[in-house]
Design a protein around this ligand. Structure first.
Ligand SMILES: [Fe+2]
Length: 283
């Protein structure tokens, strides 16, 4: 039986992105508690562009150092392993998709939204003390299936985007109508192909359907759903989507008992934190 990717790309594997070796190595840092600062620095040193970016971050005005950091290990220990893992992985994944030229698709906007969602997911996971290891990556990668659908079947996917713009917001239904499958399945299959663990590809495979998700992945999917709403609200605060805001308010109230002022403060905090990551990846 054909897989979703075989149906979509008709065996043209060149259209399916691969994760660079340094990205796979970085993933170990997220899974393995024994991964030290030294290991992380060694991994980053495998990629000259990533090393340069790490050093420039450590030397940025943000840290106001009286001296220049020229050693990756020193930069990693200064910035902290968690920050550096997230920044490095975002940098590598976004770089891996640089060759994707998609018609009528704003790639920068796509990654901006993904990064805001990733920062939001990590913030919520830390606050809830749940799913702290994988939330950032799952949120960052949740919609990559859309990129591959667009690349393999550009005309059909642009039709779906047009319908969305005209007000039909149920993307999953639109995709299933045309393809018989959706971007959750495509994304999940790509991540599985990359060798990522089920703690990452399973939540991606059901990130729009918490109830249909196996029970052990429901917490992370709940976090990802909220992070998706936050990314929409943070990305375009001057043009608020009423449906999104209403849903956001209800979820924040249910989870944290936040009032309107606290929700506003939480969104501003996520906006500031995302700004640092966006600067690092040049978005
Ligand atoms: Fe999605």
């Amino acid at each position: 039986m054909k897989t979703v990717l075989q149906k979509l790309c008709a065996g043209d594997d060149l259209k399916i992105p691969t994760l660079p070796a340094v990205g796979l190595e970085l993933l170990r840092a997220f899974k393995d508690d024994d991964f030290s600062i030294r290991d992380l620095a060694d991994t980053i040193s495998l990629d000259p562009a990533l090393s340069a970016r790490t050093l420039s971050m450590a030397n940025s005005a943000l840290y106001c150092l009286p001296y220049k950091v020229t050693n990756v290990e020193k930069a990693v220990s200064m910035l902290g392993s968690n920050t550096i893992k997230n920044l490095a992985f975002s940098f590598v994944v976004i770089g891996g998709f640089k060759t994707f030229a998609l018609d009528n698709f704003n790639m920068d906007l796509f990654w901006k939204k993904s990064i805001i969602a990733a920062v939001a997911a990590e913030t919520i996971a830390n606050r809830l003390r749940k799913e702290q290891k994988s939330s950032f990556i799952v949120a960052l990668l949740m919609d990559i299936g859309r990129l591959v659908m667009h690349r393999c079947k550009s005309e059909e996917y642009q039709e779906i985007m047009k319908d969305e713009e005209e007000g039909t917001f149920d993307r999953i239904a639109l995709e299933r109508d045309v393809f018989d499958f959706d971007h959750q399945e495509v994304g999940g299959e790509i991540l599985k192909k990359w060798g990522l663990p089920d703690t990452i590809y399973m939540p991606v495979r059901c990130h729009h359907m918490t109830k249909a998700c196996p029970p052990n992945f429901r917490d992370i999917v709940m976090i990802i759903e909220l992070s998706h709403l936050i990314s929409i609200a943070v990305l375009d605060p001057k043009n608020p989507n009423k449906v999104v805001l209403k849903s956001l308010k209800r979820k924040f109230e249910d989870l944290f008992g936040y009032n309107v002022g606290e929700i506003k403060a939480a969104l501003e905090d996520i906006q500031t934190k995302s700004g640092d990551v966006l600067n690092t990846v040049n978005l």
